[in-house]
Each structure stands twice: as structure tokens, then as C-alpha cells.
Design a binder for this molecule. Structure first.
Ligand SMILES: NC(=O)c1ccc[n+]([C@@H]2O[C@H](COP(=O)([O-])OP(=O)(O)OC[C@H]3O[C@@H](n4cnc5c(N)ncnc54)[C@H](OP(=O)(O)O)[C@@H]3O)[C@@H](O)[C@H]2O)c1
Length: 331
């Protein structure tokens, strides 16, 4: 998980588009007529969804106000119903969640309010307007024997995973729903702190980083996740869908490859057991998702870690964070 990290790119083309309740007396003014509603559009994944959908989508934020987005706290059932009724989207893409896994462990009531009750509020409002519902979930609904295929028994090991599993059950009661499970999402972010960007920034600044040697997962390039969500918006696929890169690696291996691809100092990575990181929440040692069925169903291929890291490097170069690699000389 990104641990609450978020990026701030992606909605600048909508700047100036924002009107508030003060302008026209309605909290959704300026966002009507869009067929897609992204709930959680100020988050890491939500911003990428907004970038991809452009003028097709309206989006909401809870606390991080961004141009063009409508304010919505999904724990407020009445406000959730009102916003969804007013916008009457054909599809709701629900990325909103309390994603700080350690915080959810320390404050299960807060996690329950957003991740379970909030999802129920959105699901009920979606049912009222007959919207297709794409709900983002996580590999943390499963136990310690990953990578997990869609039909695996769910056995969450922490509060966040348990609440996401409860939310999945709420969503599964709707006729037209997708439960889109993701894991270990990474890619270039201007300000975000997904794992790969966090490692990149630390090593670039010459800081040592403790990295777990015993925590396995399936790093997933953010653009692959967005591609799948975009395909699902216009499909009639229903039920659980997994998105994950094909490589199963430890955090240490993942970090090492980030260093190598970007020419950074691998020796700054300090291998430790997960237990030495002082996290509040237990996590699967063997996490991650198995996503071959999704590749076959949608006729796509998820990027291997090396390909994804090269794409991230290209984006870092494009953004001027890294100097462009010199073109290879022919021999
Ligand atoms: N990133 C990953 O590696 C990963 C892996 C597996 C699954 N997922 C799933 O993918 C989804 C998106 O994750 P993310 O990394 O993009 O999360 P994120 O960056 O933490 O963003 C969370 C979003 O939820 C919104 N939100 C929080 N509380 C809310 C509330 N009470 N009402 C309405 N909105 C609220 C936030 O709004 P404000 O910021 O405006 O407060 C923000 O837009 C989540 O469902 C997560 O479980 C992500």
C-alpha cells in the first residue's frame, strides 16, 4: 500500500473548471453531465483515473481540495446520496478509502466508518441511480499464501484488509459491480510516496533505507491499473478482477532494482526483517495477486518489473528529475 501517499499531478487541465456551492448554490455545480464519477479523485489512483477520463469524468475529494473536484465525505450518507443523485453518473469508480494500513490498525472505528460504512453509503446511492459500480480493493483481503487468484479464500490479517473484505461483500450485493483488487501500485509521481518513488527519492538524496527482506508482493505499474479500470468502465464484466505485475519479489529486491535502473547507490539499502520496521499492522509476508485471468479476459499484458521501472525512469527524465540517458552508440 502507499500508506496514505498521494500525488498531486493530473488535474491541472481541469483548473478553472471548479465551481462551488457558493457559486450556484449546489455542491456539484460544474460537474454535471459527466458519465463517470470518480470518488476519491484526489488520491494517487483517483488522480490517474481523472487524467485518463478527462472530460468524461467528474471527481470528488474529501480533504485535499483540487481544482474541478466536488467535496464529498462518504461517511455522510445524506451528502453521498445527494451528490450521486445530482450527478446521476452511468459509472461510479470508487477509489476512496482510508489507505493508511497502520492507522487503520490503531483506529479501527475510523477505518470502519470510511472503508465499510462509507462504501455502503456509496453502494446504496449507486443502486438508487442504477450506476455501474467499480470498487477498488486490495490483496490485503487475503492471507499469507500469495500471490492470490480471484477464487482464493479471503483471510485478512489486519483491520484494513478485514474492512475491505466487508466492503467487498456490500458491493457484491449490487447487480452491476466490479471488485477491482490491486496491490503494490508504483510509478512516477511528482509528490507521491509510493514505494518505488520513496526508495528513489531516499537514494537520490543519499539516505540509507531499511527494507524488508521477507515481504513479498507483485509490484504493479499504475498505468496498468488505470488501463484496466478504463476498459472495465465500458465493459459488462462483473465480479472480482485482479490487476498485478507478473513478478513476485521481496521489498528488498524491488528496491534494489529501483536503484539499478536509475543508477543509484544500492549499498544504501539496509536489509532487515519486516518485524524491525516497527509497523503497527501485521501484513502478509507472501502477499500479491495473480492476474493471468484478467490478462486473458481483457487481452492485455501487465508489465514486468523491469519494464515498469524503465517506464518510471522515462517519466522521471521527462519531468527533468533525472538527466536523459545518452543515446546508445552503435558499435
Ligand atoms: N496504492 C496502492 O498501492 C493500492 C494497493 C491496493 C489497493 N489500493 C486501493 O486503491 C484505492 C486507491 O488507493 P490510493 O493509493 O489512491 O489511496 P490514497 O492516495 O490514499 O487516496 C485515498 C482517497 O480517498 C479519499 N478519502 C479518504 N477518506 C474519505 C472520505 N471519508 N470520504 C471521501 N473520500 C475519502 C481521499 O480524499 P482526500 O485525500 O481528499 O482526503 C483520497 O482521494 C483504495 O481503495 C485502495 O484500497 C491501492
Amino acid at each position: 500500500m502507499s500508506g496514505g501517499a498521494r500525488e498531486t499531478t493530473g488535474v491541472s487541465d481541469r483548473a478553472g473548471d471548479r465551481e462551488t456551492a457558493g457559486a450556484e448554490g449546489r455542491e456539484t455545480a460544474g460537474a454535471e453531465g459527466r458519465e463517470i464519477l470518480v470518488i476519491g479523485a484526489s488520491g494517487l489512483v483517483g488522480q490517474l483515473m481523472m487524467e485518463r477520463f478527462g472530460q468524461r469524468a467528474a471527481g470528488t475529494y474529501a480533504t485535499h481540495d483540487m481544482p474541478g473536484l466536488v467535496q464529498l465525505d462518504i461517511t455522510d450518507a445524506e451528502a453521498t446520496r445527494r451528490v450521486i443523485d445530482e450527478l446521476a453518473p452511468r459509472v461510479i469508480v470508487h477509489t476512496a478509502a482510508l489507505t493508511d494500513v497502520n492507522m487503520c490498525e490503531r483506529d479501527p472505528a475510523a477505518s470502519d466508518r470510511v472503508n465499510v460504512a462509507g462504501t455502503r453509503n456509496v453502494a446504496e446511492a449507486a443502486a438508487e441511480v442504477g450506476a455501474r459500480y467499480i470498487f477498488f480493493s486490495t490483496d490485503y483481503v487475503f492471507g499469507d499464501d500469495g500471490p492470490h487468484d480471484v477464487d482464493r479464500l479471503r483471510m485478512p490479517m489486519n483491520v484494513y484488509g478485514a474492512h475491505k473484505a466487508e466492503a467487498e461483500d456490500v458491493v457484491a450485493e449490487l447487480d452491476d459491480h466490479v471488485i477491482l483488487r490491486a496491490c503494490n501500485v508504483y510509478g512516477y509521481q511528482r509528490e507521491g510516496k509510493n514505494f518505488a518513488m520513496g526508495i528513489f527519492e531516499s537514494l537520490l538524496q543519499g539516505r540509507r533505507v531499511l527494507v524488508a527482506v521477507d515481504q513479498w508482493g507483485s509490484p504493479t505499474l499504475a498505468s496498468d491499473l488505470v488501463d484496466v479500470a478504463a476498459l472495465l468502465v465500458d465493459s459488462d464484466v462483473r465480479g472480482p478482477v485482479h490487476v498485478a505485475g507478473p513478478d513476485q519479489v521481496t521489498r528488498l529486491e524491488w528496491a534494489r532494482r529501483v536503484a539499478e535502473v536509475n543508477g543509484l547507490d544500492v549499498s544504501l539499502l539496509e536489509p532487515v526483517p519486516y518485524s524491525a520496521l516497527g509497523a503497527s499492522a501485521p501484513r502478509p509476508r507472501r502477499g500479491g495477486l495473480f492476474a493471468r485471468r484478467t490478462e486473458e479476459m481483457l487481452d492485455i499484458r501487465f508489465k514486468r518489473l523491469d519494464e515498469g521501472l524503465m517506464a518510471m525512469r522515462a517519466a522521471l527524465e521527462e519531468a527533468g528529475v533525472l538527466p536523459r540517458a545518452a543515446p546508445r552508440k552503435s558499435i
